[in-house]
Design a protein around this ligand. Structure first.
Ligand SMILES: *Cc1c(COP(=O)(O)O)cnc(C)c1O
Length: 442
């Protein structure tokens, strides 16, 4: 176990320093959890979130983060005082919200400059807009590169763009447990490649891609890069600036705790903004929008990638969620994520390897994010049994349990309790009572 001292120490380090790579064997795993919680520099952050059912072990903050207490209050106020009281006059303040929240994400979460990030639309739509803009900026090139482990919406959006434009989607093979091998990616690059689009952190395995190395390789052949940060924004440092990365998108309802369907963000490196044109010419991207001019003339700033009226309530929720992450610091969050996942892997080794599970996440902390995935041929039935036992993981095809330990509010004792209940589900054979057919949402 890393000691509390070590955790404090890591929290102060610059964000690119690797996490410790070994977790010594500890006999009393429960005592270790209590000791780690007692010395956790982020422990008080849990109080900032609504914990409606203290008995529920929530391992799904990587799909939908918890509700921050201040967000509930902020939204009630925005609805009653701003919408209810100010009516249309509220737009005087709402008009700048997408940019304001974007600046908090830029400086407090993503380590880039104010003016390089803005809220808009969903991740899927932003991915389409930025991929199309990148392809337009590389005329004459015919290939888009992605990998076969990328999130479905990314693959569909890219396949659609390739088909409608007569381009080739070149799909690199990735290990479903260990993540993308940069050597495979390099082998897929040549001067025909216009765009490389990958997830920074694999949604299933939690494996991290070397964003700096891949960006460098893409730039060497003259391609642009578009990163999907859905599982890394708010869980690990994102080295966009260090890499000189071009474009990125991400959602805010996972580790950033902005709530179901909250608006996504997009990042465009400052020097690229005026050179790129997005495909949806909407009035919120227009210079002097309220002049209501006849011709589209986009602003120079990142707001040229916005389309229409921004969701105000969701925008406030992003502002609150991102501010909490910024206050805690991404270095401290990532260090705790590494310790939580290391602790979970200790429990897996001690209890679950013998029950037919296999680890489907890299063992080295610096190669993963804040979730751990376990393979089991009966993962779907086990997932249902865990929910019945008051533990919420999620099931991911083909046969995996994904357990997310959102560092801002997950305690080491929660990891212990959740894994203890899972062990009990296995030992009692309780999972065999659940159906093999899958539900619509897993
Ligand atoms: C969650 C997630 C998305 C979600 O996209 P939406 O447009 O918000 O539905 C996209 N990409 C990745 C990698 C994700 O993890």
């Amino acid at each position: 176990m890393p000691t509390g001292e070590g955790t404090h120490e890591r929290a102060r380090l610059p964000t690119t320093v690797p996490f410790p790579t070994t977790v010594p064997f500890v006999k009393d795993l429960h005592a270790a959890a209590r000791a780690l919680d007692a010395e956790d520099p982020l422990a008080t952050y849990r109080e900032r979130f609504v914990i409606a059912d203290p008995d529920l072990v929530y391992f799904d903050g990587n799909s939908l983060g918890r509700l921050p207490v201040t967000t509930g209050q902020r939204l009630v106020e925005a609805v009653s005082r701003e919408w209810g009281g100010e009516l249309i006059r509220g737009w005087d303040r709402w008009i700048g919200l997408a940019r304001e929240a974007g600046d908090v994400l830029a400086t407090g979460v993503l380590g880039v400059d104010p003016g390089e990030v803005v809220l808009s639309d969903s991740t899927s739509v932003n991915l389409y807009k930025l991929a199309a803009a990148a392809l337009d900026a590389r005329p004459g090139r015919s290939v888009i590169v992605t990998d076969d482990d990328n999130f479905p919406t990314d693959r569909y959006v890219l396949a659609g763009l390739a088909e409608t434009r007569g381009l080739t989607l070149r799909v690199v093979e990735t290990d479903i447990n260990q993540g993308l091998d940069p050597a495979h990616l390099r082998a897929a690059l040549d001067p025909d490649v216009a765009l490389v689009c990958l997830s920074h952190l694999a949604y299933r395995s939690g494996a991290l891609v070397d964003l700096v190395a891949v960006t460098e390789a893409a730039h060497e052949v003259g391609a642009l890069t578009l990163w999907d940060l859905c599982h890394s924004a708010g869980s690990v440092p994102v080295p966009l600036r260090e890499a000189g990365a071009d474009l990125a998108v991400g959602c805010t309802y996972k580790y950033l705790n902005a709530g179901p369907g909250a608006p996504a963000f997009l990042y465009v490196r400052a020097d690229l903004q005026s050179r790129l044109r997005q495909p949806i010419w909407g009035w919120f991207g227009q210079r002097d929008q309220f002049a209501m001019g006849t011709d589209y003339d986009p602003v120079e700033s990142v707001e040229r990638f916005v389309v229409g009226t921004p969701p105000v309530l969701g925008g406030y929720a992003v502002l609150e969620g991102a501010s909490i992450t910024a206050a805690a610091g991404i270095g401290a969050i990532a260090a705790k994520g590494a310790a939580l996942t290391s602790y979970a892997i200790s429990l897996f080794d001690a209890w679950l390897a013998a029950e037919g599970f296999e680890l489907a996440t890299p063992r080295e902390p610096e190669r993963r994010g804040a979730h751990v995935t376990l393979y089991h041929p009966e993962a779907w039935r086990i997932c249902q049994a865990m929910k019945a036992a008051g533990v919420v993981p999620d099931f991911r095809t083909p046969d995996r349990l994904r357990m997310g330990f959102a560092p801002l509010y997950t305690r080491f004792v929660d990891v212990h309790e959740g894994f203890a209940r899972l062990r009990e589900v296995m030992r009692s054979g309780g999972w065999t009572r659940f159906p093999a057919e899958r539900g619509r949402v897993t």
